[in-house]
Structures are given as C-alpha cells and as structure tokens.
Ligand binder design. Structure first.
Ligand code: GLA
Ligand code: ZN
Length: 668
C-alpha cells in the first residue's frame, strides 16, 4: 500500500446477525479515510465452530466487501483465544499457574505455549486460513495471535525448560557453575531435578530466574515460528507481525524481531493521568524508537485508543487534538501506520465502554469520529513519508536481559534498581537536545553511531564488551554509567577488575558501590582545570567509588567519606573517547552534559533546543529529511524552524500551538 495504513481492530463477527452494521461501518470508515482493518483476532469459535469444520465464508465475504470499498485487511491468526470445544477436548492447552493450579476455560492469552495439541490445532487453522487468503489481494499482512504474554508451569513446559537448559549448558556441572548452586547446597545432580522458579521453592537463584525468562521467550518465539511456518507452508507470502506491549518485560522482544517481518505494538499512554502529557509522550516515544530500532525499519502502531480506555484505573478522554497528535507522534518515530483499538464498540462484555472510532450511537458526527477523520485526511496528505527510515547517530542501550539480571541482583539497592528510570532520564535529556535516538538491545550492532550510551550495563551478553571496545577504538564516543560490566549473562560475577574487559577502554576501575536511600543526595563537583568544565549537580541512588587507570577526572564527589574522589571521568581510547559516570546525576545535568557531547561528536541537532512538553524526531527518504515537532502541552510554544523548510503540516510561523504539530522537510 502506498499510503500509511490507517484503521485498526475491527470485530464484525460480533454483528453477523445485523448486516446493516457492516454497511454502516464501511460507509463511515470510508468517510474517515480508513484503509485497513485487523480482522479475526478473536474469531476462532466462528471460524471453526466444531473441530475440523471450518467456516470461512462469512469472513471472506466481509474481507471482500471491505476491499471493494478500498479497505484492506491484516488478517489475524485466531490463537489469542480458543473456542470452548478445544479446551474441553484438549485440556492440556490450558495454562498451569506457578502454584500448580490449572486454569479453567476463560479469558484469553492464557494457553500453554508448548502444548503439542494447541500448536497442532493452531497450525491447522492457520494453514487453512492461509490457503484461503494467500493470493487474496485484499489481505496485506498477517497478525499473529495477539499480545503474547505469560508463562505456563505444566509438566510439559517444565520438560521443555530442562531440554532448553541442556542445549544451553551441555552438562549439569556447567549449569551448577553458572548458577553458582553450591551456595546453600542447591547443587543439581541431573537436569531432571530442575524446576521453574517458585515463591515456595527456588526463588533466589538469579541464573535460574533469568533462564526461565529466556525460556519463556524461547517458548513464545517458537510458538510464533510454528504459526509462521503454517502460513508459509500453505503458500502465503504476505508479511507477518505480532503486536507487542508497552514496558512488557516478560519476554525479550529482540527474539521476536528475528522471526517476524515487521515489528508492531500497542500504545496506550496514560494521557491526562501521567505527571504530564509531555512525559507520557516521551515514554511512548522511547518505545516507538525501540520498536523501530529492533529491525532498523518502520514499524506499525497496531493499536491505540481513539478516546478513553476501559482498563486504565481512571479512563480519561483524549482532549481535542490529542488523537491526531498521538498519531503524528507515532509516525514521527517511524510508524508506517496509525491503528486503533477499536473501530466499533461492542455491545456487551468487558470492552463495551472502550473508546472506539464508532461508538454505540453509531454516528459519524461525534467529536472522536471527526478527529479520526481529520487524522485520516492528514495521513493521506503526508503519504510521501511512508517508508522513510531513521538515521540516528545516537543510541542508548535499553536491554531486556540486563533488566532481568538487575531486578533480582540482590545488590546495593533492592527497593528499586531504577534501570528504566535511568534509561528514561537520559533519553529525555537527549530529546531535549533535539536529536534522533535509537533505543537498542545489547545485541544490536553499534556500527554507524557516533555516540553510544550504556546506562547500568550490569550484565554483559552477546559479546557487548568486545563490540563496545571496537566502537570506541574506531572513534565512537561511549558514555557508560555505574554498575557497568559486573556479571556475565547468567548473573555470575566477573572476577578481577571491573567494568569487565573495559577498564582500559574506560580508564577506570570500580572499587566499591554505596547505595543511597530515597531522598538522600550527594553531589558532583567540577575539577578545576579539567579539559571539560561541567556544571555542579546533585546525584542520588548509587555512588560508585572508582579509581583512575588512565582516565582524566572531570568531576568528584562533593560529600561523604569519598568526598573528592573521582565521580565522572573521560578516557581517550583508540580514536574514540569513553566517559564514565559513577553516580546518578539529575536530568538537567544530563541535558547540559549530553549537549556538549553531541556538539563535540558533530551530531546534527534537529533544533537548537526543544521546549518542555514537546517532542521532535525525523525520518529520511529520497534525499529528504522529514521533521516532526509536537507540542503535548496545554500552552502554545515558540520554536525556531529552519529558514528553508517545506511545510507538510502546520505553518511557517514560530508558534507551535498547544496540542498540535508541525511537519516539514529539509534536505537530508
Ligand atoms: C489490548 C488488546 C486488545 C484490547 C485492547 C484494549 O491492546 O490487544 O484486544 O483488549 O488492549 O485497550
Ligand atoms: Zn505448559
């Protein structure tokens, strides 16, 4: 499709006995410029009402009616929720919980992901659907299942976990070593003895906990692969995706990225609830950037809410303008679609009050409908941007496996290790400096970046330390913070000097780490005559005591018994430089510090400085850079546009109205 995909989850299966509804919906969707629907996500009971009896005619009929009206379909595989007959006949498909309790039929997203029976039933229906729609021009993609989540503790999953560990470690001796099981006499004598982590059993062996999460990721990725193979073996060639969730730490999405064609995710910021809408936008902007960075390709915004949700603790309406602004925001960070949950509100059950393009009134003159229409018109006008990619020169590592390791490290601060907060703070400081940012995993390539930021890189995997070394050696600027290079991928501490294998790169060595209680502060003071004069700042959370091994000290601690000792350093290594920040300075410090580094590295800013509550991002295509600025605040802001800019949306004045945006292109 040339244009941006514009549409979302549509559930006409709930209205089969009222054919007029489909007619009305098509008329209204056309009016709103909707060109896509995601269909069949929860339709299994209708598609296969009894085992082996498939009824796809109603679906084909809907797909074709939509297509005749210019609306394409992203077709779901229905594995997100199963029909009753399936659970009744094959109870093994139902999940077993951590306490050993078996789920009853109900809910969704709660199957055993390794169950051979479930995989087989899913494979059959997926293949049937693919046979039916593989050559259908109306079907432009496959939506595998829905928002995968969770773990199952059934005996089959446990067996698969043991096999997974056997493949990983080879021998039980190696596993015992990596998990350090001699501690408390927890040695395993064979793989058969291994059980998943449990609050009434083994719950402190971090190696086990992390590997259980890796296994859950593996089981789910393998489930996805099973679905993709079913579709592909039936001859379907359309791209596949699966929709991911905000801050879902249950699986490592980097593994999903390896098996699907396009990343997609569901973004539900807490508009009107979070500290400010600017903050909510930043948080979701970070996630948009992460989705783009996984594959360095545009992603799909698979779901977003047209107004209030039904599940946030308090469901606030989107104030006027915010619907369009949130769509522009996703596109600015690399989305090639704006999709909603849901096109039409259902009449009953739990999501009947969830915001929708078409609500229970069935009218096309509601406030929400009008905004959906306006947004659709805008996306048409800016269609030339579709497919444009990011070219960020700054990357920040936000690594899921590292987060897992940190969460149960049982280290200096157990109240909140604060990984996400630190990543977020640095990301925010980068955005205030108006640069594009890639948000990457440790395993992502570091090539092409000028600045690499590695906050709290506690657990090293995928040879990160070697690739960081090469990055700096070849001229990159590294910014690393405290808790760097402490353990391997199994949470086994590195012996000798840390940051592991990087003390020469960073020119420092970690000696001790002091944790501060919430509210406690130390400070960082600039060193007289240092090569970089930095602004004094408070710092909190953790204070690492480091000694110099060749680095220059730029700042020292301002108080406590380590007053005067190094706290921020820089080291020349190869053609590059490596900074080490031994504590947690505040956001303002990062804004200034990163501003200096950005300048030094010659990274081009999209604007001199960005007003509060605003976001800026760009995408490039065909020699053009498309720049998007959004104002999530409730007051107008002043922005400085470049002298030569082709406006695609908004005017050339310096006024950026509240809850509005500007989009323009400049030469790339
Ligand atoms: C998720 C699901 C949808 C729907 C929405 C409601 O994103 O994927 O099926 O439940 O939440 O916000
Ligand atoms: Zn299971």
């Amino acid at each position: 499709m040339e244009e941006f995909i514009y549409g979302g989850d549509y559930n006409p299966d709930q209205w089969l006995d009222e054919p007029q509804v489909l007619e009305d919906d098509i008329r209204m969707m056309k009016k709103a410029h909707i060109n896509e629907v995601s269909l069949g996500i929860f339709s299994w009971a209708l598609l296969e009402p009894e085992e082996g009896r498939f009824e796809f005619d109603w679906l084909a009929d809907i797909i074709h009616k939509l297509y005749e009206n210019g609306i394409y379909t992203i077709l779901a595989t229905p594995s997100g929720a199963r029909p009753r007959w399936l659970a009744k006949k094959y109870p093994e498909v139902l999940r077993t919980y951590e306490d050993g309790k078996k789920a009853k039929f109900g809910g969704r997203h709660n199957h055993c992901l390794t169950s051979p029976a479930y995989r087989e039933k899913v494979r059959i229906i997926d293949a049937k659907l693919a046979e039916c729609f593989k050559d259908d021009p109306a079907v432009i993609g496959w939506h595998i299942s829905n928002e995968f989540s969770g773990e199952c503790y059934c005996s089959h999953c446990q067996d698969e976990f043991r096999k997974f560990l056997k493949r990983k470690f080879g021998s039980i001796e190696k596993l015992n070593h990596e998990w350090w099981t001699t501690f408390w006499s927890h040695t395993y004598t064979s793989f058969d003895e291994i059980e998943p982590p449990s609050s009434i059993g083994e719950n402190e062996t971090n190696g086990l906990i992390i590997d259980w999460r890796r296994f859950a990721t593996y089981a789910c990725t393998d489930f996805i692969k099973n679905e993709i193979e079913a579709i592909r073996s039936a001859g379907a060639k359309q791209p596949v995706t699966t929709n991911m969730m905000y801050e879902f730490g249950g699986y490592d999405y980097a593994e999903f990225a390896k098996v699907i064609d396009t990343m997609s995710w569901d973004s539900y910021p807490e508009w009107g609830i979070a500290e400010s809408d600017g903050k909510a936008a930043l948080e979701h902007g970070l996630y948009h950037d992460m989705m783009r960075s996984f594959k360095d390709k545009p992603f799909l915004l698979m779901e977003s809410c047209p107004s209030g949700t039904n599940w946030q603790s308090v469901s606030r309406l989107k104030r006027p303008g915010l619907l369009k602004l949130a769509g522009i925001h996703a596109v600015s960070h690399g989305a090639d679609s704006v999709q909603y949950f849901q096109i039409r509100q259902g009449r009953g059950s739990s999501e009947k009050f969830h915001g929708a393009v078409i609500d229970h009134t069935g009218r096309d003159d509601t406030r929400v409908f009008k905004e959906v229409t306006e947004t659709g018109a805008l996306l048409k006008e800016i269609a030339e941007i579709k497919g444009a990619v990011g070219d960020a020169k700054v990357a920040i590592i936000n690594d899921t496996q590292n987060k897992w390791a940190l969460e149960n490290s049982q280290g200096p601060r157990n109240c909140n290790e604060g990984y996400y907060e630190t990543v977020h703070k640095i990301y925010e400081a980068l955005k205030i400096n108006a640069v594009d940012v890639d948000v990457i995993e440790e395993s992502h390539s570091f090539d092409g970046y000028k600045i690499l930021i590695a906050p709290m890189l506690y657990s090293l995997h995928d040879g990160a330390e070697k690739r960081i070394r090469e990055f700096v050696e070849n001229g990159g600027i590294l910014i690393s913070t405290y808790l760097c290079g402490v353990v391997n991928e199994n949470d086994l501490c590195y012996m000798g000097d840390i940051p592991y294998d990087m003390t020469d790169v960073l020119g420092v060595r970690t000696e001790e780490i002091d944790a501060l209680c919430d509210g406690m502060k130390n400070s960082l003071l600039p060193v007289e005559g240092a090569s970089m004069r930095l602004q004094e700042t408070d710092c909190e959370k953790m204070c690492e005591l480091i000694s110099l091994k060749g680095a220059e000290c730029l700042m020292t601690y301002g108080s406590d018994f380590y007053k005067g000792s190094p706290a921020l350093t820089v080291n020349q290594f190869g053609k590059g430089k490596a900074y080490y920040i031994a504590s947690e300075p505040d956001r303002e410090f990062y804004v200034g510090f990163l501003g200096r580094i950005i300048k030094e590295a010659g990274v081009v800013k999209l604007m001199e400085s960005l007003p509060e509550e605003c976001d800026i991002a760009s995408r490039v295509k065909g020699g053009k850079r498309y720049v998007f600025i959004e104002n999530f605040g409730r007051e107008d802001k002043e922005v400085k546009l470049p002298e030569v800019a082709d406006m695609l949306y908004g005017d050339t004045s310096s006024k950026l109205p509240a809850t509005d945006a500007k989009i323009y292109s400049i030469k790339a």
